[in-house]
Ligand binder design. Sequence first.
Ligand code: UD1
Ligand code: CA
Length: 458
Amino acid sequence: MNEWTGVILAAGQGTRMKSNLPKTLHTVCGKPLIGHVADVMRAAGAHRVVAVVSPAIAEMPELKAAIGDDVAIAIQTEALGTADALESARQAVGNATTLVVAAGDMALLRHESISDLVSTHEQSGSLLSVLTATVDDPQGFGRIVRDESGAIEAIVEEVDTDADQKLICEMNTGLYCLQVPWSWDELENLAISSVGEKFLTDLVAVAASSGKASTTSVQDVSEAIGVNNRIQLAEVEQAMRDRIRRGHMLAGVTIRDPQTTYIDADVEIGRDTELLPGNHIRSGTRIGADCIIGPNSILKDCVIGEGATIISSHVEGAEVGAGNSVGPFSRIRKCTYIESGAYVGNFAEIKNSRIGSGTHVGHFSYVGDTELGEDVNIGAGTVTANFDGVNKHRTVIGDRAKIGSDTVIVAPVNIGADASTGAGSVVNRDVAAGETVVGVPAKLIAQRSGSKHRTEAD
Ligand code: UD1
Ligand code: CA
């Protein structure tokens, strides 16, 4: 296959979405529509990709995040139709000779369909080739009109169809392969359509008139769903979710109840991991092999080590070490690192903290901005009071310390290794290694033999 350049048309107004957000930035399975199209272009082997967008979207940081830095941006100043959109990419495209043009709302397009189209285009020596689909309800889509021999003659847009053409079930998916510079010359000559826009689809009749238009068809009709409104957005999301789940299952992940399992597009899951019903596994998550997730866990932007169990818990922006168990009903928040061998039980909230190996946070606790050493025991009801109303402060607890039930640690506080706090203590000063403190505020009652005695006035 020769080198080809991908062009994504995404400068339309997306009026039918009735949204303040540009259509192609609406997400499906955690990723904007245009991001899915950029991915499939790369997967099919595009030499370069250009996205045509409106001046307003070009300014939005979400755009770059969605398409990646390797995709060039071209601007269509006014939404004057799909033909005008392609013309707007001319400079950015440079001197490529083959273009693959896709609408920015074709999130379900498969890379195999692009490759098929490009090879048919090249083998047939066509000027223009179109990917089509035969569907039950083609309403709203451009219809494929063929002559008696079955060759494509034209694409007729819904607004221009006559009664017979309305019955045609073969539709234009919005994916084209084009020869340039032929296309640039002919685009200039296209007439303005009945709705005042220049239709890229009108180029088909021009190529067909010299016998140089061809078609291929999708393998999977869901590929043909372009997102124009929120109903189609939901249809695409459902079809994509199904595709994602099947991909994981075929790669060795057990999904007990696919219908209640939601997995975003860029999630990684290791072999023999079992997903119980009701999980939401959102973008940026990497789960190791042999884990048990759920029921009813929510994971986002996190790393779950091999063999870990996450029961009915919420983990976001955190890392849970191999073999660990979290939950039920705990919330692990951003910048938390739970080392392998630690244990987090029920009703714990942990934020911006490191939990050492062998450490237990077994029962309802808040641990925030805290460094917990190894083999620490955090008693039920322990709270790190990390916020003084203005600033956040850190708590540091050394190895083997025992924090009694219902201890409140008023940060900043350092609790040394092997220290203990009594049940119900309010600790507002540092506790040295080996010391035991109790009360409100906590006072020293014992110390490790050999260390200097401290008085209450200390
Ligand atoms: C288009 C096709 C139709 C096809 C359908 C498949 C045309 C005229 N019609 O119709 O044959 O069946 O897709 O889903 O092409 N865009 C621009 N600038 C514009 C107008 C549109 O960049 O001025 C972009 C849009 O952002 C969108 C894509 O082109 O990503 C297609 O436009 P859209 O309005 O969705 O076209 P459809 O009416 O769906
Ligand atoms: Ca569309």
